[in-house]
Design a protein around this ligand. Structure first.
Ligand code: 5GP
Ligand code: ZN
Length: 116
């Protein structure tokens, strides 16, 4: 996806400071952090959103979740964190390249959703 900002970060065209990377995924700080710890985890391969994944993506998704605890701890949120995957217009997804937010401490992240 030539005009996808996260593909450009994954390819190195746009520089990011990875806090974790391997052959399939990359994690880097969110440009507009909403908590003291706010990291994005993306697959290197372009996938629009969680709504597009299938059985062949299960290992990749497992890997994204599997590194979250280590990243949160290393980034300064050892006592817990929250992962968020906004999906599609209903989920409030703004960048259409699958990504997982890791948000965390030192203070509690707060209520899961804004109450109506
Ligand atoms: P979404 O609402 O799609 O779940 O979240 C997109 C996130 O990507 C936002 O938190 C936004 O701050 C972040 N973001 C957008 N553009 C960039 C960028 O160029 N670099 C980084 N590091 N984060 C970005
Ligand atoms: Zn992309």
């Amino acid at each position: 996806m030539s005009d996808c900002i996260f593909c450009k970060i994954a390819s190195g065209e746009i520089p990011a400071k990875p806090v974790y990377e391997d052959d399939e995924i990359l994690a880097f700080p969110d440009i507009q952090p909403q908590r003291p710890v706010h990291i994005l985890v993306i697959p290197r391969r372009h996938i629009d959103s969680l709504a597009q994944v299938g059985p062949s993506d299960e290992a990749l998704l497992g890997r994204m979740l599997g590194v979250a605890g280590r990243i949160a701890e290393a980034q300064g949120s050892p006592d817990g964190f929250r992962v968020i995957i906004n999906t599609g217009p209903i989920g409030g997804q703004e960048v259409m390249h699958l990504h997982m937010h890791i948000v965390g401490g030192p203070e509690p992240v707060g209520p899961m959703l804004k109450r109506n």
